[in-house]
Design a protein around this ligand. Sequence first.
Ligand SMILES: *[C@@H]1O[C@H](CO)[C@@H](O)[C@H](O)[C@H]1NC(C)=O
Ligand SMILES: *[C@@H]1O[C@H](CO)[C@@H](O)[C@H](O)[C@H]1NC(C)=O
Length: 204
Amino acid sequence: MCQAVEARLVDCAVLPIENSLGGSIHRNYDLLLRHNLYIVGQVQHAVCYCLLALPGANFEEINRVLSHPQALAQCEHTLTKPFTNKVPVREAVDDTAGAAQMLPPLPARVQQTYIEMNILASDIQDDQDNVTRFLMLAREPIIPRSGKPFKTSIVFSLEEGPGMIFKALAVFAMRDINLTKIESRPSKKRPLCICDDGNGMRSN
Ligand SMILES: *[C@@H]1O[C@H](CO)[C@@H](O)[C@H](O)[C@H]1NC(C)=O
Ligand SMILES: *[C@@H]1O[C@H](CO)[C@@H](O)[C@H](O)[C@H]1NC(C)=O
């Protein structure tokens, strides 16, 4: 995805960076370092799932629910609750939208479309506050307009020494700059250094 932006195949990439339940997506932080792209925006998105059924079908008639295994897992509690008599069989398929196309078409229907399906229930995910933050990446930076608050990401490494992180953070505190997040990643060029602290003990 990042390569596609660099190769000018697309103008912008949207990269998930953090999830409210799962935390930081470290793999994508590392992608930011490996590619020569600029962060030009952010989007926060909450995943909401709906239960779709063929017209006329109601809860009591549902025997099978098809979706991506992740979606089924994220709706597990809700999918087993509304069905009082029986629990429908949950069947894993490749993608959530594709599952809608796999339902057997009604005889009168020429072509199956999503529009022909009814929403039996919406917001059926077990966790109602599962929000993912995405970064928008582009080849060119945007110049922040004055008078408008903006957010900047900075990457740096520190020499070893007492209070180094404290000193680095003081730079922001002295200038009244709010910090929203600090992320620590291993340095690939300088893997864990094993130091002899003089007591014959080794520490990192
Ligand atoms: C929250 O959303 C993310 C991204 O869609 C997903 O990977 C994760 O499994 C979800 N967590 C829960 C507990 O639903
Ligand atoms: C920084 O944080 C303070 C306290 O939450 C807030 O009042 C202020 O508006 C923030 N500044 C910016 C530029 O977001």
